[in-house]
Ligand binder design. Structure first.
Ligand SMILES: NC(=O)c1ccc[n+]([C@@H]2O[C@H](COP(=O)([O-])OP(=O)(O)OC[C@H]3O[C@@H](n4cnc5c(N)ncnc54)[C@H](O)[C@@H]3O)[C@@H](O)[C@H]2O)c1
Length: 283
């Protein structure tokens, strides 16, 4: 039986792993976190996050092939595939403060993986990270590898809070980046096989590592750009007597533009957008 462990039981790790457990009954999935209250909540009737449909998915799999635990090291030790879905906030001090991603949590997770592993592992970047993070992680893992083979994959998450379950059930695409070596391609295929349990093959995109890392930042930047543009348009509307909802509806009817992400609002929402754009500007 393939064993998956996900480090980080947050908005991304929890729902994503619950969906994998639901769709792959023959895979054992452990979601681990250093936060005891968070894991206790995942094991209770009051899940730590609210997403429509999440309760039902968790109830169907928890205790069967889906487990939530604070025993991080045990589950990493046992896993064939380790997802890392820890938080990557914006740095508040030092070089790149206010712009660059703080990779402290990621690096400490990587060091722990290197410490406890005794067998080959595929390590999957689920967190949103700057381009070339995989190279830094590879260095941490292989520095003290004790003969263990690690393959690093980039598998960024595109779900939105509020529609996570629908986004996971029916994703526009799943993106998997890996090294273009025989071992790298084998690892990409292994992760592709997991998603192929429910995602049509033509929606599972495979790329090199850096394309996958950069695509996530670029997608968020493009989305934020649309909202920024419609917001700029709303100022013009106020000055001219036009109605921004009418203008965005008319503009969005153009099939080259499309209607989504064209609602004027106060700035652009979502911590991810702000963070990722700053990140992109920084790199
Ligand atoms: N929230 C979203 O909508 C969203 C969407 C796409 C991508 N992302 C990205 O996914 C990543 C995770 O985001 P999130 O919203 O799930 O974060 P989150 O803060 O909800 O969860 C992260 C979890 O990781 C745990 N953690 C940190 N270091 C750890 C360690 N060393 N060992 C074990 N657990 C550890 C924390 O305790 C926390 O529970 C971020 O990089 C984020 O930018 C988020």
């Amino acid at each position: 039986m393939v064993k998956i462990c996900c480090i980080g039981a947050g908005y991304v790790g929890g729902p994503t792993m619950a969906m994998i457990a639901l769709k792959c009954p023959k895979i054992e999935v452990a979601v681990v976190d250093i936060s005891v209250p968070r894991i206790n909540a995942w094991n209770s009737d009051q899940l730590p996050i609210y997403e429509p449909g999440l309760d039902e998915v968790v109830k169907q799999c928890r205790g069967k092939n889906l487990f939530f635990s604070t025993d991080v090291e045990k589950h990493v030790f046992e896993a064939d595939i380790v997802f890392v879905s820890v938080n990557t906030p914006t740095k508040t001090r030092g070089l790149g403060a206010g712009k660059a991603a703080d990779l402290t949590y990621w690096e400490s997770a990587a060091r722990m993986i290197a410490d406890v592993s005794k067998s080959d592992k595929i390590v999957v970047e689920k967190s949103t990270v700057p381009v070339k993070t995989a190279e830094a992680i590879e260095k941490i893992l292989t520095h003290n590898s004790k003969g263990i083979n690690y393959q690093i994959l980039s598998n960024p998450e595109f779900l939105a809070e509020g529609t996570a379950i629908q986004d996971l059930l029916n994703p526009d695409r799943v993106l998997i980046g890996g090294r273009e070596t025989p071992e790298g391609l084998k690892a990409v295929q292994a992760l592709k096989d997991v998603y192929a349990h429910w995602v049509p093959e033509d929606r599972i995109l495979t790329t090199n590592l850096w394309s996958a890392e950069l695509s996530k930042l670029a997608a968020n930047a493009f989305l934020a750009q649309r909202i920024s543009s419609v917001n700029a348009m709303s100022a013009l509307c106020e000055a001219t007597g036009a109605d921004v909802t009418q203008v965005s509806y008319a503009v969005g009817k153009d099939t080259r533009i499309g209607p989504k992400f064209l609602n004027a609002s106060v700035g652009f929402g979502g911590s991810c957008f702000q963070k990722d754009i700053l990140n992109l500007v920084y790199i």
